[in-house]
Design a protein around this ligand. Structure first.
Ligand code: NAP
Length: 488
């Protein structure tokens, strides 16, 4: 079957890259191409930045509630197209279909939420120490934004960034992951139909080392919002120059199971948290810290359930766990399984790839893991779970905090003391009680601490990431007043 070809979107036109080269996006379940994309480079990015710069004055001048109406239209078009787009996410990224549809739903939710923020964009009023002087703040756009996104929520993460950037009055150049460019291209087609003016949103598909690095380094970009791995994040921080920067990086998220926990509930949560999206969520549970009083019983329950999980194509209704995103990702899981074995951890289930096409890997559980092992410290980003025994909530919290990451976390307990200690002391952007380490709804802030980054996206906090605060004074006293000097 002929493979469809997709162009770059610059200044409201679909155009070829300067390079004349293309690359394919593969369906990880079948290893077949689902589309051919322009291999954009530095020159393409520079053109896109020029287009975004040109579109900035009119877009930032449009009243925010009017921009909000365009965002509502985008949400409406996404809703109408949800079924097709959900299947696309499933096919391009390898999720199971309900998760593919969930990815699109999250995009709908954030566009609706940010449309409403257009009627708010809160600043604050405050007092002055001087007479007859009025003080307040307003939010102003950052300017031309660069957005660089990963593949694991191929519609939701670009939507989080684009919706907030748009409502705040920014224009932008987005470079999607080379593993999932089609989702962003389809999203931008809907934006075009919804009436986003030419040049406001520009898409350059292409490699990290050319298109990506130009977005990071180009001095005409005023703000950069990045979601991806810690290593890339560190490279960006060293090369980005003076820009407003957002960083959403990896995780090594723990679920604590106390001896008083509802074990059946914890089991459901851990299976979903660890093996949903094939363990390829930044919030995926990759460490279970289980109380030694219930560990043996809980391990039996966990292993029995994990063995029953069916790997397969996400479009198939009987599939529980889809493929990994690509060959390299599966090899990374395999490498870590080997490391875990050598470190002395015991494989309770999994540790192998099924035969046949597709980048599949069996859900894998390591028992007898100690907290300092590499499999308990480093982000694997696959269906590989480490189980560690603990004796108290204090020990569990210490181990939970003993990695360089801090994104999501959870404790299963019926004891209010355990719950409150965990909520207060776990170093993370999110702590759940009696739910797995999933993300958050769109009206709540999402992000991490430590090497996971320092950004909050979504919610009111998401507005702060894509705008500056400006202070305004009106002095109606009619004479010079000097703050800090005229103190009497
Ligand atoms: P990645 O390899 O860091 O790539 C992310 C994006 O950055 C891709 O578009 C990639 O382009 C681009 N890129 C890579 N190196 C670059 C460079 N030097 N300059 C500019 N752009 C560069 O991450 P990934 O494998 O796509 O995503 C998985 C990671 O994302 C995991 O670590 C996961 O935890 C993290 N993540 C974090 C969150 C969060 O909110 N905290 C959410 C989701 C995922 P190419 O695709 O062309 O290489």
């Amino acid at each position: 079957m002929a493979v469809s070809e997709y162009d770059l979107y610059i200044g409201g036109k679909w155009v070829k890259s300067e390079t004349g080269k293309t690359f394919d996006s593969l369906n990880p379940a079948t290893e077949e191409s689902i589309g051919r994309f322009q291999e954009g480079n530095e020159a393409d990015v520079r053109k896109a930045i020029d287009a975004a710069e040109k579109a900035l004055p009119a877009w930032s001048d449009m009243p925010a509630p009017k921009r909000g109406l365009i965002l509502l239209k985008i949400a409406e078009l996404l809703r109408k197209d949800k079924e097709r787009l959900g299947r696309l996410v499933t096919t391009e990224m390898g999720k199971v279909l309900p998760e593919g549809l969930g990815d699109v739903q999250e995009a709908i939710d954030i566009f609706e939420y940010m449309a409403g923020e257009g009627r708010r964009l809160l600043g604050h009023t405050t007092t002055s120490e001087l007479h007859d002087k009025f003080a307040m703040t307003i939010r102003i756009p950052v300017g031309v934004m660069g957005l660089i996104t990963p593949w694991n929520f191929p519609m939701a993460i670009p939507s989080w960034k684009m919706s907030a950037a748009l409502i705040c009055g920014n224009t932008m150049v987005i470079k999607p992951s080379s593993d999932t460019p089609l989702c962003v291209v389809e999203l931008v087609k809907l934006m075009e139909r919804a009436g986003v003016p030419p040049g406001v949103v520009n898409v350059v598909t292409g490699p990290a080392r050319t298109a990506g690095q130009e977005i990071v380094k180009n001095k005409k970009i005023d703000g950069l919002s990045f979601t991806g791995s810690r290593d890339t994040g560190e490279w960006i921080m060293a090369n980005v120059g003076v820009k407003k920067v957002g960083m959403e990086l990896g995780g090594k998220n723990p679920i604590i199971v106390m001896d008083d926990a509802d074990l059946a509930l914890a089991l459901d949560g851990i299976i979903w948290g660890a093996f949903g999206t094939t363990g390829q969520r930044c919030t995926a549970c990759s460490r279970v810290l289980v109380h030694r009083a219930v560990k043996e019983k809980f391990m039996r329950m966990l292993v029995e359930r994990a063995k029953k999980l069916r790997t397969g194509n996400g479009l198939d209704k009987t599939t529980d766990v889809g493929p990994l995103i690509n060959k390299a990702a599966r090899e990374k899981s395999e490498r870590y399984v080997e490391i875990g074995r050598k470190e002395g951890a015991k494989i309770s289930t999994g540790g192998e790839r099924p035969a046949g096409k597709g980048f599949f890997y069996r859900p894998t559980i390591f028992d007898d893991v100690s907290p300092d092992m590499r499999i308990a410290q480093e982000e694997i980003f696959g269906p590989v779970l480490s189980v560690i025994g603990i004796k108290s909530i204090d020990e569990a919290i210490e181990i939970a905090n003993g990695t360089e990451y801090g994104l999501s976390s959870s404790v299963y307990t019926k004891d209010v003391r355990n719950a409150f200690l965990a909520m207060k002391k776990i170093e993370a952007g999110i702590t759940y009680i009696n739910s797995p380490t999933i993300g958050a709804e769109v009206h709540l802030p999402f992000g991490g601490v430590k090497k996971t980054g320092f950004t909050r996206e979504a919610g009111i906090e998401g507005i702060e990431e894509f705008s500056h605060s400006k202070t305004l004074y009106v002095d109606y006293s009619g004479h010079l007043q000097r703050a800090q000097i005229d103190v009497e």
